[in-house]
Design a binder for this molecule. Structure first.
Ligand code: PMP
Length: 412
């Protein structure tokens, strides 16, 4: 480790040293230092406000990751905090669900359109794992098809990690290629009547790679194929849900899943996830055991009711798209002026930036590192997230910093 390593994040570094003593690895999962750029990006955060947060070293950072997705309205949103505070004063966990769970289920059923019921959990993985169990219960089949490179959570059937797995965990998990229905059809042919579910995200968003939108007709054809084969189509809308459309991502892409899993943008940072499903799977849903110590906590439900209300009332997905388009055209222009060839992929409200001829991602990492030094968090190899708190001023600041950094990259 060089002497100057982490010079700009001394408190983060010191905390990490302490963390290593008492937490395996110090920081784990998608927020570990190696997930961005070690020694440059902060390791620990202190507080947030609107579209910005402060790290433990006191730096103010324009946040284009929104806590990896949940902060759709920005940090510390007054209306959300008030709704949560009212419920918090009444109590956190009871021996029974609160009436808010019924209200929220009604709201979600109404909002997503295709579904007749909803259940709640805490994290995305709770829901994707439960959804495939419901599919298995309903079909009495074992196999699950997922898109190669897609992320669906941390449970044994889907984690990208290698530790602690046994061969049997994946015996019934098969992969096919995004936008390639033939590859799924051939799985269905090889294992006739053995598939319980196909799990897809609304667009393909692998880490360390460009996002891919669905080709015209792909999701609709996938829905038809699943119906013909008696296989449940499970939409993993955990990352994109309510960011592309206030009714869920199946709406702009014009198809209907059988079950859909939501999490990140559901409550602006409060911990709640949900699965919505069609009537015919209600019976199976009641047979798959579902619970958790905190799953009936009504505080995130109060936050979620307020959040869903604001997303629709204030046309948040449309705002995110406008800001995303502004960000993309602005960054493309300053990159071009500096002689850097950039590419965008994914929807504008969840953009993924790459630099051409950058196979090892060195250039994009350099870009992200220098931008962070200037106070803007551009993730080097993950789609970005925008929030309602990002207005023209924030987007223009991001563009200005990107321009300065591109010029310095060319000069370097
Ligand atoms: N599916 C997708 C598409 C996700 O992006 C994530 C979280 N990044 C998950 C599932 C898992 O959600 P969680 O981390 O809340 O378990």
């Amino acid at each position: 480790m060089s002497e100057g390593f982490g010079a700009s994040i001394p408190k983060s570094k010191a905390l990490f040293e302490r963390a290593r003593q008492v937490i395996p690895g110090g920081i784990y999962g998608h927020v570990q230092p190696s997930a961005t750029i070690p020694g440059v990006f902060p390791y620990f955060a202190e507080r947030g406000e609107g579209g910005y947060y402060w790290d433990v070293d006191g730096r103010k950072i324009l946040d284009l990751m929104c806590g990896y997705g949940p902060l759709i309205l920005g940090y510390h949103h007054q209306e959300i905090e008030e709704a949560a505070a009212i419920q918090r004063a009444k109590g956190l966990v009871f021996n029974h669900p609160a009436s808010l769970s019924v209200e929220l289920a009604e709201k979600l059923v109404d909002r997503v359109g295709f579904a007749d019921w909803t259940v709640f959990g805490k994290n995305g993985s709770d829901m994707t794992t439960w959804a495939i169990q419901v599919a298995r219960e309903h079909t009495k089949r074992s196999k699950i098809a997922v898109v190669s490179g897609a992320y669906h959570g941390v449970d044994a059937w889907c984690t990208p990690g290698k530790g602690g797995l046994i061969l049997e965990d994946r015996v019934h998990i098969h992969t096919f290629e995004w936008n390639n229905l033939d590859s799924l059809q051939s799985l269905f042919s090889d294992y006739a009547k053995q598939f319980a579910a196909v799990v897809v995200t609304p667009f393909h968003h692998p880490a360390f790679g460009e996002s891919e939108l669905p080709h015209e007709g792909f999701l609709d054809d996938l829905e038809q194929l699943c119906h013909r084969e008696g296989v449940l189509l499970v939409l993993d809308d955990i990352r994109a849900g309510f960011r592309l459309h206030a009714g869920g991502s199946h709406r702009p892409y014009g198809f209907e899943p059988d079950l859909s899993c939501y999490c990140k943008a559901l409550a602006n940072g409060y911990s709640i996830s949900a699965t919505a499903g069609k009537e015919e799977f209600r019976k199976a849903a009641t047979r798959v055991f579902l619970t958790g110590s905190y799953w009936n906590n009504p505080v995130p439900m109060a936050a979620s009711l307020a959040c869903l209300e604001i997303i629709a009332r204030e046309s948040v997905p449309e705002h995110l798209e406008q800001m995303g388009l502004r960000l993309q055209s602005g960054i493309s222009a300053v990159a071009k002026a500096a002689g850097v060839d950039v590419r965008w992929s994914g929807p504008p409200s969840m953009p993924y930036l790459s630099i051409r001829d950058d196979p090892n991602l060195y250039l994009i990492q350099e870009f992200a590192a220098k931008s962070l030094d200037r106070g803007v968090f551009f993730h080097p190899h993950h789609n970005w997230f925008l929030s309602q708190a990002h207005k023209e001023k924030e987007i223009d600041l991001a563009i200005e910093v990107a321009g300065d950094v591109f010029r310095s990259l060319q000069n370097g």
